[in-house]
Design a binder for this molecule. Structure first.
Ligand SMILES: *[C@@H]1O[C@H](CO)[C@@H](O)[C@H](O)[C@H]1NC(C)=O
Ligand SMILES: *[C@@H]1O[C@H](CO)[C@@H](O)[C@H](O)[C@H]1NC(C)=O
Ligand SMILES: *[C@@H]1O[C@H](CO)[C@@H](O)[C@H](O)[C@H]1NC(C)=O
Ligand SMILES: *[C@@H]1O[C@H](CO)[C@@H](O)[C@H](O)[C@H]1NC(C)=O
Length: 363
């Protein structure tokens, strides 16, 4: 009699374990689903990503200690010597002040910004009037229908870069027409067009809605491709996942060519930044990052973007990067330059980059 009773209780125990196991499965799946694709992408990248782990901390800084980004710009004055006999700038700029107070001024006009930045010349170019800069940086900003954001960014970026004593230029890459937005391809165009103007030593690829909050976040390049926007307010001043490469990043022309530039086939929002991170990894480089205290950014809020819907193909594309990155990039870039205007605060490059050929249109 004992034996069957024993096996019955065994069966019940087994059944309970099975039930428990299924419950745990369900909870895990629900969790993964909620965390969304970012986590899955992160896992996928994590398989071959061996970059440095960044310890992220949320540090709520005392905002009353933050400085005005224009605070000591008036200390920068022209030296009374010929331009070719200027001394080199010091290793660390004396005008760097640390945390910057970001408040979006109302009624701001481009003319106001020009007035506040008297040493900026046509095309949005600048070099320190008192020393020879050690760095030549081009800032490339993909753009369409974001004039208000652009104004705020220019208001902060110009004095920010001057405080770092950089020789710099700001390029807006404007996608003409109404086809789906393609951030990465616009950045490829920006790289190519900017290099025609000048032998830039460093390219900063910059989203239009991100304002840097600390001028110790240097806009110069490193030994490895740099991801600068590691602490955005939108993500609680933390990296959303380990291999995140979106927002603001920087590469030297050599690093850029080594990864064959950026992909041209990501139409719509998302995925292209992960593709770039994979390219960096596949070409044997790591990702460098500024300290978390410095890489802070404030994101300007905006509504839904017409013509920049989520890209439904991004996972498929990402899964193929390993096979496609050498064929798709700078070596396959095609576009039509519509205009190049050297405006007061930036160079406006307007391009026709075509449309997504892979989407079948039902007409
Ligand atoms: C922030 O710094 C100011 C000036 O040092 C100080 O008076 C204030 O108490 C600080 N606030 C907080 C919340 O620490
Ligand atoms: C520039 O301004 C910051 C405050 O934003 C200050 O800490 C720093 O000392 C200033 N630098 C110079 C050279 O005046
Ligand atoms: C783009 O869309 C706007 C508004 O819907 C329209 O006025 C304009 O003609 C379109 N441009 C092109 C090139 O189709
Ligand atoms: C850039 O130039 C194009 C073509 O002239 C124009 O439509 C667009 O508004 C300009 N964009 C900016 C941000 O200046």
């Amino acid at each position: 009699m004992d034996v069957p009773a024993f096996s019955t209780s065994m069966a019940i125990a087994k059944g309970r374990y099975l039930l428990l196991f299924l419950c745990v499965q369900l909870v895990v799946m629900a969790f993964l689903y909620r965390e969304g694709y970012r986590k899955r992408v992160s896992y996928f990248l994590g398989i071959f990503y061996k970059g440095p782990q960044v310890a992220v901390t949320t540090n709520a800084q005392n905002t009353s200690l933050r400085g005005d980004v224009y605070a000591n710009l008036s200390l920068i004055v022209k030296l009374a010597v010929p331009a070719d006999s200027l001394p080199y700038c010091p290793k660390r700029s004396p005008f760097i002040g640390g945390p910057i107070r970001v408040a979006l001024p109302e009624g701001l006009t481009l003319a106001d910004i020009s007035r506040k930045n008297p040493y900026v010349s046509r095309g949005g170019r600048y070099q320190p009037p008192d020393c020879e800069s050690n760095h030549k940086t081009a800032v490339i900003i993909p753009h369409r229908n974001r004039e208000q954001h652009l104004k705020y960014l220019l208001y902060y970026l110009h004095p920010f870069l001057q405080r770092q004593q950089l020789n710099y230029g700001i390029y807006i890459i404007h996608q003409a027409g109404n086809n789906t937005f393609n951030r990465a391809k616009l950045l490829n165009v920006g790289f190519k067009e900017a290099m025609k103007d000048e032998d830039w030593g460093c390219m900063f690829f910059h989203d239009v809605d991100l304002i840097p909050e600390d001028d110790r976040n240097l806009y110069s390049c490193e030994k490895y491709p740099k991801h600068a926007s590691i602490a955005m307010d939108k993500f609680g001043y933390k990296l959303p996942y380990k291999s995140y490469f979106g927002g603001v990043s920087a590469l030297t022309p050599n690093q850029y060519m080594k990864i064959n530039g950026f992909p041209n086939n990501y139409w719509g929002w998302g995925g292209e930044d992960d593709d770039i991170a994979v390219r960096v990894s596949l070409s044997g480089m790591l990702i460098s990052r500024p300290p978390v205290k410095f890489g802070r950014y404030r994101m300007i809020k905006h509504g839904h973007d017409e013509g920049n819907e989520q890209n439904p193909r991004r996972f498929n594309l990402l899964a193929k990067t390993r096979r496609t990155w050498k064929q798709d990039g700078m070596n396959s870039l095609q576009y039509t330059l519509i205009s190049k205007e050297f405006l007061l605060l930036y160079t406006n490059i307007t391009v026709d980059i075509g449309s997504d050929k892979s989407v079948k249109r039902h007409t």
